[in-house]
Design a protein. Sequence first.
Length: 297
Amino acid sequence: MFQLYCGLVRNGIWYNYAEVQPISGGVLSIMDGLDKSGAGYMLKVVEGSVKALYTKDGQSYQLEPEDYKDIKGKDGWKICEEASKLFTGEKHHLFEEHFFCPVCSTTNNEKYTHVKESWSELAEKGLIDEHYLNDPSEFRWTTELPVPIEIKPLQNHISGGTYTKLVREVLSIGQMVRLSKDSWAAQTEANMLCATWDAEIVEITGLSERELNILKRNNQENFSKKYIKDQTNIEEMLNSERKLGYEGEFRKVSCKHCGSEVGGHLDFTNFFSFLSPKKSNPSAKTGDRTTRSTTRR
Ligand SMILES: [Zn+2]
């Protein structure tokens, strides 16, 4: 049994431990999925490898098919990490990460440093952090915007006013899957961030649930993009993010070309590489074929 970052509440009981089984249907059942996004893989691996959740004392809850999408996305990463260890038979979940160096890269010659480290080992040694919730009430948290947002009245639908307090909730796997299929969000990084915030915001103090739903329902008029425009508000949204799971803020990685510090984050790009066919075929020669990361932060 291992502890989940968030867990799931059913009938008032907090189940925040899990156990993984070999993926039912094997890796092909996952690669058979039509959804090739990270969130799609995550859902498949979680569905295939976890059948029950547990309380700290071992009381179990058998998961129903409709429960899987409610499991928090952060727990999805944790479950996938454990599933990968079981799947590969290795002690640690290892995959290649790529760190871009802004110092010695030039336009046509981008310099990356490849690293293969276990996040759980780094966390054990205190080189990165790993955050768990202490209580399910922490699923939700409040962000207080420094600059009040002004919402104009709209006929009989919106009463209008100024608002500063947003209640946000940790996203579920189902919400992550929905975001990965959102074509508006896929257009730009800013859109993805705003779509993520819209999904997170569950309450605005002073605004009724009905009003919030009306303001959020039209994807072409994303709420966060429309109202959270002030730079100090954007920074507050980012800074007040709920810290959960692995966090690489203080991770040290040196550029192998020039020695500059290029760490400070985690690269999820190859997280699911344990599902790649070459892993399940030990006779295949593993060359130096690398899928270079194109994500930079
Ligand atoms: Zn460099």
